[in-house]
Ligand binder design. Structure first.
Ligand code: CTP
Ligand code: MG
Length: 220
């Protein structure tokens, strides 16, 4: 099965803050977006990689990705799902792998686990268990929630191209935070495979610092 990978990198990184959107911050001298792009490009199943960037950020993205085989940059939209839809219009492979630029480290084994699932399912995603107690938030802690059978869903996520396109055509809700949500709403089946701690999304400045420290630890 031929796979195009899309990296969505058109966000503004409000929760992370800083001078540049978080995907252009550097870890060990390399922009986060470049870490993500190199990880996907190095997987033998990925035939082609396209990157979706914010309006007016071609220069930043071009510098971050220089020398990598990513073709023309695609301009994203207001919401993450708008950026994904913009990317989808450029895909003609049977399957599409969608990944957040904010997840710089993608172990190849995760992609290896996603690929066989497409034989039986319309999509597949890596998941992680929930470690903490869950409760409704508030100044006074709200009702506790049963975390049995609850998982956190990561990217990269793999889909049959036609299924994902059809699911997005049917989607009527507010902007979804990922594509498994869109497929499930359309009644399609999404397999879950074990995720990886290396894939945690960098959302806040503390996440960024943790990733830096983690990488420094792996390099010594
Ligand atoms: N993204 C995108 N287009 C958007 C919004 C988000 O391509 N309009 C991308 C981000 O660049 C990121 C991924 O979607 O790689 C996950 O989104 P998130 O972690 O929310 O990043 P931001 O939207 O940039 O951050 P924030 O929500 O804190 O502003
Ligand atoms: Mg966001």
């Amino acid at each position: 099965m031929s796979v195009t990978a899309l990296i969505v990198a058109a966000g503004s990184g409000q929760r992370m803050g800083g001078d540049v959107p978080k995907q252009y911050r550097r870890i060990a001298g390399k922009p986060i977006l470049r870490w993500a792009a190199e990880a996907l490009l190095s997987h033998p199943a990925v035939r082609r990689l396209r990157v979706i960037v914010g309006d007016g950020q071609d220069e930043l993205a071009g510098a971050a990705l220089s020398g990598l085989n990513v073709g023309d940059l695609i301009t994203g939209g207001q919401e993450r799902s708008d950026s994904v839809r913009a990317g989808l219009r450029t895909v003609d492979d049977e399957a599409v792998l969608i990944h957040d630029a904010a997840r710089p480290f993608c172990p190849p084994a995760v992609i290896d686990r996603l690929l066989p699932a497409l034989e039986f399912y319309e999509g597949a995603a890596p998941v992680m268990p929930v470690g903490d107690t869950l409760a409704r938030s508030g100044d006074l802690l709200g009702e506790p929630l049963d975390r049995t059978g609850i998982v956190r869903v990561q990217t990269p996520q793999l889909f049959r191209l036609e299924s994902l396109r059809r699911a997005y055509d049917l989607w009527e809700g507010p902007s979804p935070t990922d594509e498994t949500t869109v497929l499930r709403a359309a009644g399609m089946s999404v397999a879950s495979v074990p995720g990886d701690p290396a894939l945690e999304k960098l959302t806040t400045a503390a996440d960024f610092e943790r990733a830096q420290a983690w990488l420094a630890g792996t390099l010594v």
